[in-house]
Design a protein around this ligand. Structure first.
Ligand code: M6R
Length: 456
């Protein structure tokens, strides 16, 4: 192993030692499953839960030898390490399709229940705040934070964009999100008063892990917002929040996105209540959070309507997604969803930037999806739709009430302004799904993509 360079997660068999497997990890996940007189090795816990719940996750630079009734772990230098098995709580049944044709469909429909889970046991009505046990950040430290920087890739980055807005709005701490894949290469200034937050469904995305390791090396405090318990990023971080979405099998992330945005709402509320967010506003946000599962169920009832829209627009070669401020990250995520699962080109733009270029693209063949929340930017969003209509563009609005300028409106239940982004993207997951279905795509495994991107 000392001779091997680069990123790997490997399992090796030798013909002269048929009773053992040697495995090693550097950058790519390796998980051991401890059974009764049998051992398993995999790159993902998902592959093991049908056989055992006792799991050992190797660290980077660690290797193990497995025999049917024993395992030992070492550093690649040969020093013994201790590895206590942990019990995973995910049920093997979570990996069934449960009557759905695809995991994506199942996971979209699991969202009301998943959101209920991320909220469970965390709300503190007495002080109108939340308890986040694993945060490892006391109130004094929380008050000293001067900035928040959120790092993630793909969908997790988009959830981070929403999280940054929530933190700014509720806690009044300057916050922004950046792709971890860019951050790690730009020799960023690491500031001791900044709280860094790494976001990842799998907890194994190499670009995010590398950014965390670089930050830690420079002495930064890094929290993780992660779905997979015990994953590399969760272990590397100083503390964090598990998003408790349950296993997500489809390569295209849906329920984890939603649960991550809810986890950020909890963090924003917590930080806000250690600072200047009033009890009244805290209560307002808590009531909004409690409404979410019921409102997600209401969105699911519109599936047939959304399916009809998908059939109407599946012919498009390209689609534009627009939104302002709270609606913009929603537009970004919806555009990613459509492109990765249906292979239709999609572009997201801030609605405020239309006149600076993208208006030139507008014609009947380029449909626009506009995110139009009922907030203080409603009139601005309506004006953008008018500009598009004047150039014969077709519009689907995702809004809190019918929009006359749009050809179709998907009406989403209204929550508190700050929490609206959590719901606005959900009908667009269904739109992406039904478009991909109509086009006969490989929904759970889109071409050229992997669930966990554990390579550079
Ligand atoms: O496991 P992670 O959240 O770190 O994964 C990050 C991205 O690779 C992931 O979100 C990707 O963009 C998905 N295909 C989105 O559906």
């Amino acid at each position: 192993m000392r001779l091997i360079e680069g990123t790997y997660g490997i399992a090796v068999l030798h013909a002269d030692f048929p009773d053992r497997i040697v495995v090693a990890r550097n950058g790519s996940p390796v998980v051991l499953g401890i059974g009764e007189k049998e051992m398993f090795v995999a790159s993902d816990i998902a592959a093991l839960v049908a056989h055992t719940r006792q799991i050992v996750t190797l660290d980077d630079g660690e290797m193990a030898t497995l025999k049917a009734d024993d395992f030992r772990t070492y550093t690649t230098e040969g020093t013994r390490t201790t590895a206590e098995p942990t019990t995973v709580e995910w049920e093997a049944a979570s990996y069934d399709m449960g009557g759905h044709d695809t995991y994506m469909h199942k996971e979209i429909h699991e969202q009301a229940e998943a959101v209920d889970r991320v909220l469970r046991g965390r709300i503190d009505d007495r002080f109108s705040t939340v308890h986040l046990g694993g945060l490892n950040l006391d109130a004094r430290e929380a008050r000293r934070i001067r900035r928040v920087k959120i790092l993630g890739c793909g969908t997790s980055y988009h959830a981070g964009m929403i999280g940054a807005q929530m933190i700014e709005e509720l806690a009044r701490i300057p916050a922004d999100a950046e792709p971890a894949s860019e951050f790690r290469y730009r020799n960023a200034v690491v500031d001791p008063d900044t709280l860094y937050i790494a976001v990842s469904q799998s907890g194994e995305t190499y670009d995010v892990l590398a950014a965390v390791q670089e930050l830690k090396r420079k002495g930064a405090r890094v929290l993780g917002v992660v779905n997979v318990v015990g994953s590399a990023i969760a272990r590397e971080a100083d503390g964090g929040i598990y998003v408790h979405a349950g296993p997500e099998v489809c390569v295209v992330s849906t329920k984890c996105f939603t649960n991550t945005t809810v986890a950020f709402a909890l963090l924003a509320l917590h930080l806000g209540r250690t600072r200047d967010l009033s009890v009244r506003d805290g209560r307002r946000i808590i009531e909004g959070l409690r409404r979410l599962p019921g409102q997600i169920a209401e969105i699911m009832e519109q599936e047939e309507e959304i399916k009809k829209l998908a059939l109407e627009y599946a012919e498009a070669r390209s689609m534009l997604f627009i939104g302002r401020v709270r609606g913009y990250p929603v537009a970004r995520e919806a555009s990613l969803k459509l492109k990765e699962v249906s292979y239709i080109h999609a572009e997201a733009y801030p609605a405020s930037e239309l006149k600076h270029g993208p208006l030139a693209l507008i014609e009947p063949a380029l449909p626009t999806v506009a995110i139009v929340p009922d907030d203080d930017l409603l009139e601005k969003n309506r004006a953008a739709m008018e500009e598009i209509k004047a150039r014969s563009g077709r519009i689907v609005a995702v809004a809190h009430r019918e929009q006359e300028k749009a050809d179709h409106t998907v009406v989403v239940p209204k929550n508190e302004d700050e929490l609206d982004p959590i719901l606005l993207g959900i009908p667009l997951q269904l739109l992406a799904y039904h478009t991909a279905l109509a086009l006969g795509r490989d929904i759970d495994k889109p071409r050229n993509l992997a669930k966990s991107v554990t390579v550079e």
